[in-house]
Design a protein. Sequence first.
Length: 241
Amino acid sequence: MKKPWAILVIGIAVLAIVGLVSITGLLGGKVKGNGKKWTWTKQQSGTDEILIGATYGNGTFLVVGRVGTIFMEGGGREGAILTSEDGKVWVEQDPGTDAMLRGATYGNGTFLVVGYEGTILTSEDGKVWVEQDPGTDAILRGATYGNGTFVVVGDEGTILTSEDGRRWTAQDSRTGAELKAATYGNGTFVVVGYAGTILTSEDGRRWTAQDSRTDAGFLGITYDNGTFVVVGREGTILTSP
């Protein structure tokens, strides 16, 4: 079923986690707030690499980026994973890969990270990571979890699904577009990508293209409070109830 999308123009990207909005990146700090009032808290990530994806689960924030960089909220060195129980004492972990990491999600008691060269990593605690074989070497850029299923998306219209994060099945997206991000809400998976691409699915297997009424390159998507929000290039934001 086609779904209506309304176009708004406002900034570039927002990540909402547990009622708290956090933005982390090249400015070397973290913005936090409730979406209305904003404050800066200076953080030391320990890296000048680009941080690209984030997720939250099991009491832990996780941020991923270039050159195998994975950070549990607070940061660390290039190619490292840092974990903390109190946000003060940090322990470095090893992601076990040099691939650029692009996206992360949490579901079914599992952290899942995706990246270049078909990289998929899973971890139950954010400390010990296992590399999985998705059966593709495509660049994987986004991941989400919902309805008992992980959905991973990437270049050339790649969509992969898995119930456990270990055994993967390629799905037919019916597009060759570069898919950048995915989310789940209101019983629906939504995937976005370049050239105004929006795909929806109830089960992660059968996908329907939606009319976004724009050819903007979409970069991210989230869902909360009954609304999907898509962000992209040229300050594009789309919303759909």
